[in-house]
Each structure stands twice: as C-alpha cells, then as structure tokens.
Design a protein around this ligand. Structure first.
Ligand code: FES
Length: 112
C-alpha cells in the first residue's frame, strides 16, 4: 500500500454522505468522504481541537461538521468555513480505479 496510491476501500463500501477514517503508518489520520457519488479526502483531525472528523456529519453541500464544537470545513478544499474552525485542513487527491478508492498521501495541500 504505497503513499501515492494508498488503498482506502471499495467504491461501494460508502453510501453518499458517508466517510471512512484511514490511519496511514507514517502520518496523522485522513478521512475519505463520498458526496454526490464523488470521493474527497482531508486530514481527519479538526484544526480547532483533537476531534476526529470521521465522527462528524456530512452535509449535502460538501460541508463536514466537527462533532466537538460544530465548526465546519469544505470537504473539497479543506478550507475552514464556520467558527470556531479557522485554520484549514489539508486535502488529498482521490482516484477510483476498478471499483477501488485510493488516496494520494504525498499530494496533501492546504488552501492558500
Ligand atoms: Fe472541531 Fe472544536 S475541535 S470545532
């Protein structure tokens, strides 16, 4: 399972607005979301506290709500949207090949 092509799950393992946490061996956890049939990935740990965003709620409009204090981020970019979240998350490219979902852990970036 290499970093550029890190296996997450089968495409059908997630329903829309579901997500799964992954724990790569050499970096903080990442969360992979399915929204509108497409996949996205961001860091899993909220930038406000130590919450796991995989325990939060996905809105239809590409927003993840933190389970601790209700701050939100844009799933597509990692941008902080609602207080108390101010610092962005990193987001990662996701590809689907042959029904399998992969995240590129080497290409994580935060919005400018
Ligand atoms: Fe996420 Fe406070 S820890 S909003």
């Amino acid at each position: 399972n290499d970093r550029k092509h890190f296996y997450v799950c089968k495409e059908d393992d997630l329903a829309d607005n579901e997500m799964v946490r992954i724990d790569p061996p050499d970096q903080p956890p990442v969360v992979v979301y399915k929204v509108g049939g497409n996949f996205f990935a961001t860091d899993n740990t909220c930038t406000h506290g130590e919450a796991s965003l995989a325990e939060g709620e996905v809105d239809d409009d590409f927003i993840i709500e933190c389970p601790f204090h209700g701050g939100t981020f844009d799933i597509r970019t990692g941008e902080a949207v609602d207080f108390p979240c101010v610092l962005p998350l990193k987001s990662y490219p996701v590809t689907v090949e042959g029904g399998c979902v992969y995240v590129n852990l080497d290409e994580g970036k935060a919005p400018a």
